[in-house]
Design a protein around this ligand. Sequence first.
Ligand SMILES: *[C@@H]1O[C@H](CO)[C@@H](O)[C@H](O)[C@H]1NC(C)=O
Length: 306
Amino acid sequence: MELWILNGIILWIAGSTLHDPVPELHPLRFKDLPISRLGDLEVFLQVLANMYKKKFSSPIIWNTMDCLEQSSLTQQQQQFQVPFFPIGPLHKLAPPSSSSLLEEDGSCITWLDKQSPKSVIYVSWGSLACMDAKDLAEVAWGLANSNQPFLWVVRPSSVRGSQWIEQLPETYMDTVGERCHIVKWAPQKEVLRHRAVGGFWSHCGWNSTLESISEGVPMICRPYSGDQRVNTRYISHVWKVGLEFESDELERVEIERAVRRLMVDGEGEEMRQKAMELKEKVEICRSEGGSSNRALKELVEYISSF
Ligand SMILES: *[C@@H]1O[C@H](CO)[C@@H](O)[C@H](O)[C@H]1NC(C)=O
């Protein structure tokens, strides 16, 4: 039997499988923990234990909101005993497009302008994810077969062994035609705000998660590493504004099914409804008197007091 202490919680690893819930960390399963393999657990828990042993002496600014994770924030606050400033979502405070990693292709906005409301699935897996030629083909045909218009971000050099999408057959573009728009990088916040966008297939990094939630766009989650799995679990099981792409392999049939579940089925409509409700909550947090707004004022006062 192995017992681990994490954040004052005893983890009972022996005899558990990856799909089992982690005791006291509802709704997380072992496979959702921000580690890549259980082999790394020892090191990971050591790092966490050290972090918690050190008393934090300075206040903490959080890029999150009370309405998203109030109970976690309260729990952490008790643990750390320092001033907390949950002032998120930060991207709504900072000037737009100040943080882009690659050059944004504005042509997608013109293309989006021509699509019907909430019809487009936006596909972008952030700044790190890579795939091979087989994955590229499966995603391409899965999206095509879903029969939904799609805006797909394929970063240069993100497909192994090629510059960009030259491994797609020439017939592909003829088949999908105007229904598809592929770019190297998109002005994501503007895309998510666009009335034509009805869903976001994301790796669920925290920035993408916050940006999608702030615009009321429901998600298909396919996490790769780190906190992306935790975010996915919250998106699908706590806030219920998205679904997890469960299969490990990217297969066209599964992709087509996931896109239709989100964009066409009643299930997706419920998530869209929930996403709109969450967006309203976030707006309340940010507006005068809301929790993020108050925290920001407190932060300003705190800084001015020196
Ligand atoms: C995430 O968002 C923050 C706040 O808007 C920004 O400063 C940061 O550069 C973003 N990170 C990435 C990887 O885009």
